[in-house]
Design a protein around this ligand. Structure first.
Ligand code: SF4
Length: 218
């Protein structure tokens, strides 16, 4: 897959172009790996996928009515009314690992089409077109949805708080975490992407360096 064609679309924003480049980079590199290397990478994300499944099932159980029936089907989709969603390079890698070539093509086409005003470019007719949506999207609940469920259900609230803590085990780099590791994996293979925030964002770099000083991990 080449990114040259996307140079023909000067209207593509830097934000979308960074994602196009990251998707193509991840796709090309993953396709070049031998089956053994690919299976090592797949086992690295197994625990995370189990976590995502649990969160998905929780959301489906408690929120499908309010989110699907009251929001998505009314064409409001409050949680996807953003032009720029926080997407990590690891989100891209994991999604590419799980996606078919056709699904990746659709993501690239959505990015190429560019801004849809107040809607996320990835919002299709049947919902998000990612095979496994970015973690920031999965862990976002709007205040109306939270109020509708959590004010009358303490068990659900406690479960959600537990998920928010568990999310940090993959994404909060005050210790070695999957999202940082996956970037590292690609950096060691000689690649770079502007959405490798665990290696480029001043905020995340600060968390990492403070943790290293505090705990002495390297
Ligand atoms: S990436 Fe998917 S889930 Fe996230 S805002 Fe866009 S359409 Fe919604």
């Amino acid at each position: 897959m080449e990114d040259g064609d996307y140079g023909k679309y000067p209207m593509v924003s830097k934000y979308n172009r960074d994602q196009i480049e990251a998707i193509i980079l991840a796709h090309n590199h993953l396709r070049s790996l031998n089956p053994h290397e690919l299976s090592k990478l797949r086992s690295k994300i197994e625990g995370y996928l189990r976590f995502r499944k649990e969160v998905y099932e929780f959301q489906r159980y408690y929120f499908s009515e309010i989110c699907t029936n009251q929001c998505f089907e009314n064409n409001y989709s409050a949680c996807c009314n953003l032009e720029a969603v926080a997407i990590f390079f690891a989100d891209v890698v994991i999604n590419v690992l799980l996606s078919s070539d056709q699904e990746i093509y659709h993501l690239l086409e959505a990015l190429r089409m560019g801004s849809r005003g107040f809607k996320c470019v990835y919002l299709g007719n049947s919902g998000c077109i990612w095979r496994l949506k970015p973690i920031a999207c999965e862990m976002f609940l709007c205040k109306d949805a939270k109020a509708a469920v959590f004010t009358k259900n303490n068990v659900a609230l406690r479960q959600w708080e537990e998920f928010k803590c568990r999310e940090k085990a993959y994404t909060w780099p005050d210790k070695p975490v999957l999202f940082d590791d996956l970037e590292e994996y690609f950096i060691k293979a000689g690649f770079s992407s502007d959405i490798m925030y665990f290696h480029k964002s001043p905020g995340l770099l600060k968390i990492k360096s403070l943790a290293k000083i505090r705990k002495g991990y390297s």
